[in-house]
Design a protein around this ligand. Structure first.
Ligand code: GS8
Length: 219
């Protein structure tokens, strides 16, 4: 029986983008279903009644929620190509630690940059740069967070590259000037077809954030 794989997501979602990249990299055929997050379908609410969020992966009728568990599921089911986690238990634990760090810190810090009132933006920007610097420390002189090949941490982080344009427009700064190692990593990484074909248009994402800010009354 061939696998039936469905990804439910929303076009701006960095978390959904992680799943797309992993599916592309592993060469897994899948169907994409766009969810309207402004008017959630009963389909999504039934799939993910706990968080009511995307992405959701459905594999032969089995439902998996939350991007990091989904990435690890994909890695375990489709083992043959492009492993996302190292086999060494210590390195696996380290990779999970940094993926979790990215989850807990980055999106919230990015949102603070584009949703803060002007007077708070400097602090928000400094906090985000601090997080990026910690990640640069972990990257060190490796080509990827995963070592010679990219892995879980690389896929967890790369979707936020799409937001660099938005961050720079709102924060009026250059991420490359502040975090050159991180930008060199991302430039290396997006040369991969599995990554570049999934990335969204940074200007469209910026326009989306501007629209959201207007909706929520952020000046
Ligand atoms: C985060 C998913 C998420 O925030 C993961 O999958 O890793 N920890 C989760 N999804 C957002 C879209 S991305 O901005 C979402 O579905 N939001 C809908 C809502 O909050 O109601």
């Amino acid at each position: 029986m061939s696998d039936e794989v469905v990804l439910v997501s929303f076009w701006t979602s960095p978390f959904g983008l992680r799943v797309k990249i992993a599916l592309e990299e592993k060469g897994i055929e899948y169907q994409y279903k766009e969810e309207d997050l402004f008017n959630k379908s009963s389909f999504l609410l039934d799939l993910n009644p706990v968080h009511k969020k995307v992405p959701v992966l459905i594999h032969n009728g089995k439902v998996i929620c939350e991007s990091l568990p989904i990435l690890q599921y994909i890695d375990e089911v489709w083992k043959d190509k492009s492993p996302l986690l190292p086999s060494d238990p210590y390195r696996r634990a380290q990779a999970r630690f940094w993926a979790d760090f990215i989850d807990k810190k980055i999106y919230a810090a990015c949102k603070k940059v584009w949703m803060s009132k002007r007077e708070d933006q400097e602090t928000a920007k400094r906090k985000l740069i601090e997080i990026f610097k910690l990640l640069e420390g972990e990257l060190g002189d490796k080509p990827y967070f995963g070592g010679d090949n990219f892995g879980l941490v690389d896929i967890a982080l790369v979707p936020f590259y799409n937001r660099f344009y938005t961050l720079e427009k709102f924060g009026n700064f250059s991420i490359e000037a502040e975090c050159p190692l991180l930008v060199a990593w991302v430039k290396r990484f997006i040369k991969k077809e599995s990554v570049s074909k999934c990335l969204q248009d940074p200007e469209k994402l910026y326009e989306f954030v501007v629209k959201l800010n207007k909706m929520f009354g952020v000046e």
